[in-house]
Design a protein around this ligand. Structure first.
Ligand code: CP
Ligand code: NVA
Length: 304
């Protein structure tokens, strides 16, 4: 992966993800190593962000570099200027780019035309940086990744897909419970099933949340309507009735199961307050780990 960018968890298919997490834990303990001294990151976003933007900016500063945020209105990706030209121009100024786009194709075009590494900071298809932070959080809490079971309750979206790929690569079992029509697509599953055949991970798709969480070490949920799907919110809220993670559902997982959510959460929809604020929730450690996992990623891509 070194120097090539990070658009998908599949870009880590040849890496040992568990070793990456062990490295991230060490880096987290070190604080401020100057691994990206003088390097500049461009943060090019088509959608809003709290965690991703701030964690990338702080990560770069703590590694001795800097970051420049370019807002959706400023860049006008594909409107004011073509995506290839934006990639070519930014590559002349900065050492690395992270982009949050509506369409996954946009981040792929950026990577094709940039001469510096491009990191996917969330597209409609994947959120690989989130999955790195999630697996770091799981590794810290459970001491391992392989052999665990992650239950995802909700939409087969960008978050679910990156988690599925990461789980299949490391040998973690992945269960997803979604209403009909909202699960992961066949093509996504085919890729993950290829990894799972090698790692021994078991993939289960069900419509029953109780079945998904049974025996789970990790229970995970995300919003029912993602950014860009606001017009579908009501239809989705109806379709996802019964897919809320509440205390009763969480109690059907292992007694020591942890609860994860990428945030922002729609409290009272996909998760109840007593779960997200409860003793099994590690969501704010998980949010903090965005920064630590991205430091390890930036150091790797920039050769530190
Ligand atoms: N989890 C996450 O990516 O949060 P933001 O949208 O706030 O960056
Ligand atoms: N699935 C959500 C994740 C937000 C971090 C979205 O794409 O809006």
């Amino acid at each position: 992966m070194k120097g090539k960018g990070f658009l998908s968890i599949s870009d880590m298919a040849d890496e040992d993800i568990t070793s990456f997490m062990a490295g991230a834990v060490k880096l987290k303990a070190q604080g401020l190593p100057a691994l990206c001294d003088g390097k500049i990151l461009a943060i090019l976003f088509e959608k809003p962000s709290l965690r991703t933007r701030v964690s990338f900016e702080v990560a770069m500063r703590q590694l001795g570099g800097g970051a420049i945020y370019i807002s959706p209105a400023e860049v006008g990706l594909g409107e004011r200027e073509s995506v290839p030209d934006v990639a070519r121009v930014l590559s002349r100024y900065v050492d690395i780019i992270t982009a949050r786009t509506f369409s996954h194709a946009t981040v792929e075009v950026l990577a094709d035309y940039a001469t510096v590494p491009v990191i996917n900071a969330l597209s409609d298809r994947e959120h690989p940086c989130q999955a790195l932070a999630d697996f770091l959080t799981i590794y810290e809490n459970k001491g391992k990744l392989a052999g665990l079971t992650l239950a995802f309750i909700g939409d087969g979206n960008n978050i679910a897909y990156s988690l599925l790929l990461a789980a299949a690569l490391v040998g973690m079992n992945f269960h997803i419970a979604s209403p009909v029509g909202y699960s992961l697509h066949d093509e996504m599953l085919r890729v993950a099933q290829g990894y799972a055949a090698r790692s021994g991970s078991e993939i289960l798709l069900t419509e029953e949340p109780g079945r998904a969480v049974s025996g789970a070490d990790i229970v995970y949920t995300d919003v029912w309507a993602s950014m860009g799907q606001e017009a579908e919110s009501e239809v989705r809220a109806r379709a996802f009735t019964g897919y809320q993670v509440d205390r009763k559902l969480l109690s059907q997982a292992k007694a020591d199961a942890i609860f994860l959510h990428d945030l922002p959460a729609h409290r009272g929809e996909e998760v109840t307050d007593d779960v997200i604020d409860g003793p099994q929730s590690v969501v704010f450690d998980q949010a903090e780990n965005r920064m630590h996992a991205q430091k390890a990623l930036l150091a790797k891509l920039l050769g530190g």
